[in-house]
Design a protein around this ligand. Structure first.
Ligand code: SIN
Ligand code: FE
Length: 293
């Protein structure tokens, strides 16, 4: 397995001792892989393993920390069972992250939980939305000014099919290649997008760079094919964790996955200089209007 993937034994979601090497791997853009850490469904949740539960027009089924399930269709009973399952997953993901990274605990913001019942390999999407291409996560409408995107994923496939990812090179070497291609940040444009309601808050120079990197990476067929990358199979019944704004990733195939997102200001990392904001600020040579490091 690649040096960017660190396997961690253990099958319980709590009581885990924080280990420095895990944080080092995570903050340098690696993936922590827990092959035996399963999110188990109860008997009455098994019928939720069907792709038709996703409403046709929605990308994923999701549920905010305080709110109702979005993007799903089904009977009242099914939607209630789905909501319970998603809350249970959120609870376990929170326990895991708090156990592993106690220093982050007070600073994490809980973002939506998602359930992805659709087979990835046969799904067609526009190039920008296509997560089958290597990318770092960045949100067009939700500027985050350098906040970290920490994600916990669990493969709940009942047929033992793995979730297959490609994991790319370190963020900094990617950024060094692509930054020279990126058009400069224009503050007036950011204000216009905000005024038109395209973005929910002002897009900072950091957000501009991250979105441009996301788009350039996904559009570049040569990069997709020839950039350094490792195929990783996350087994059914496993869990993995990464900073998805930093880890270059693409999903090739798999069906039925849970995911929990957390946001965190980078200054609460052990090594803020290793964050995308830290790296891009260093490479740009000036502040990027992100959160102060
Ligand atoms: C992504 O975050 O790009 C998608 C990951 C997945 O669906 O496995
Ligand atoms: Fe992604």
């Amino acid at each position: 397995m690649s040096h960017q993937i660190m396997e961690v034994p253990g099958s319980d979601w709590e009581g885990r001792q924080p280990v420095e090497a895990l944080t080092d791997t995570l903050e340098s853009g690696g993936v922590l892989y827990f092959p035996a850490l399963a999110f188990s469904l109860s008997q009455h949740e098994l019928p939720l393993l069907r792709p038709g539960l996703r409403a046709p027009k929605s990308r994923n089924i999701s549920q905010p920390a305080r709110g109702v399930v979005k993007g799903a269709q089904g009977t009242v009973e099914e939607l209630q069972a789905l909501s319970n399952m998603m809350q249970r997953y959120r609870h376990q993901a929170v326990q895991l992250v708090h156990g592993l990274f106690p220093r982050y605990s007070a600073h994490l913001r809980l973002e939506p939980t998602s359930y992805r019942p659709t087979e990835v390999a046969t799904r067609t999407q526009s190039w920008r939305a296509d997560d089958k291409r290597l990318h770092v996560d960045a949100f067009p409408s939700r500027p985050n000014r350098g906040e970290r995107i920490l994600r916990v994923f669990s493969n709940i496939n009942p047929l033992q099919q793995p979730r297959v990812w490609r994991v790319g090179e370190p963020f900094e070497s990617m950024a060094r290649q692509f930054l020279p291609l990126i058009p400069g940040y224009r503050a007036w444009e950011a204000h216009l997008l905000r005024g038109l309601g395209v973005t929910k808050s002002l897009r900072s120079e950091y957000d501009h760079m991250m979105l441009q990197l996301h788009d350039h990476l996904k559009r570049d067929a040569n990069y997709q094919k020839n950039a350094p990358q490792t195929v990783v199979e996350f087994a059914a019944g496993s869990t993995w964790v990464c900073f998805s704004d930093q880890t270059l990733h693409a999903v090739l195939g798999g069906q039925y996955m849970m995911e929990q997102t957390f946001f965190m200001p980078p200054q609460h990392q052990y090594r803020p200089d290793q964050s995308p904001l830290g790296i891009l600020t260093r490479l740009a040579g000036h502040p990027l209007q992100g959160a102060p490091l």
